[in-house]
Write a protein that binds this ligand. Structure first.
Ligand code: FE2
Ligand code: FE2
Length: 291
């Protein structure tokens, strides 16, 4: 997986306008526990990530909506509307995806409920500023994972095409709107050291809990999906996937650290070229949905 290089770019000129696409994704339910080309343990890694989306996307929408009235730039207002529309669709489609896990006997709803309660608590405990900071941090995490998924065919190699398509669509739209919440932050927060430190704290805090809970939930999901199976080989395969090839986790490091630059902006990594796939995917699915 290539490091995400950044160059000096006019970020406002580069950013595309996010488009709300109402698409439904069909999946063969019998493959929910083993749809990834790298086998069951990597499948459960992606499935575990999916459990965050329905509630996580709602949290993002709420945090951004809180500041909507303070946005006067019509372009950013339009981008916020596109962002909200896209995240709502992601939440809806991942809810369908997650229900397949419940049907297969996985503890999907229990983990989703746990996430819901933690996010409700975060909503109560943290200030609107901190919630927006957490949102832009998680948008950064999803954007850098999306960039890797889109730039390296090995990340979804050999996966069932219907499942791979959901993940590609989500990665494409995450890329398309990757700077919207960040631009809201830049608009409503003062340009001070305090704002910078709060933004950095957001990424440190959310990254720690995000990966900690992902590891815990993943073990639960794997055990539930394959209770009578030895797991050593599966975990070794997952470790290779995350740390060696395609190094889906380790290769995120340079882009993760880029966030700590005081002048960071998501479109300093210009990967708009990946978005050409969106039109083709939308046409293909719209045709299937109409049948
Ligand atoms: Fe999303
Ligand atoms: Fe997003």
């Amino acid at each position: 997986m290539s490091a995400q290089s950044t160059t000096a770019v006019d970020t406002a000129a580069v950013a595309p306008m996010p488009v709300h696409r109402d698409l439904h994704f069909p999946f063969p339910p019998e493959r929910i526990t083993d749809w990834h080309g790298e086998g069951a343990h990597v499948t459960q890694f992606f499935n575990t990530l999916s459990l965050y989306f329905p509630e996580g996307e709602k949290f993002f929408i709420q945090s951004v909506r809180h500041y909507r009235d303070r946005i006067t730039d019509p372009t950013l207002q339009q981008a916020v509307a596109g962002f909200i529309g896209q995240e709502a669709m992601h939440g809806r489609e991942h809810k369908v995806f997650n229900a397949l896990m419940d049907d297969a006997g996985l503890p999907a709803s229990r983990i989703e409920n746990f996430t819901t309660n933690r996010l409700k608590m975060a909503h109560k405990i943290f200030s609107p500023e901190m919630q927006l900071s957490m949102t832009i941090a998680l948008e950064h995490l999803t954007a850098i994972m999306a960039a890797d998924l889109l730039s390296n065919p090995k990340v979804l190699a050999g996966s069932h095409p219907d499942y791979a398509r959901l993940w590609r669509w989500h990665a494409l739209e995450e890329t398309e709107h990757k700077a919207v919440a960040f631009d809201v932050w830049k608009t409503v927060m003062p340009n001070t050291l305090g704002s910078y430190l709060r933004r950095c704290r957001g990424l440190l805090q959310t990254s720690f809990f995000f990966w900690l809970f992902t590891a815990i939930f993943h073990v639960r999901m794997v055990r539930a999906a394959h209770p009578r199976q030895g797991h050593l080989r599966g975990y070794l395969r997952l470790a290779r996937f995350l740390f060696i090839s395609p190094a889906a986790w380790l290769s995120l490091a340079p882009a993760w650290f880029a966030y700590f630059k005081p002048g960071f902006h998501p479109w300093q990594h210009d990967n708009r070229s990946a978005l050409v796939e969106l039109d083709q995917l939308t046409t293909e699915l719209a045709g299937e949905n109409a049948r």
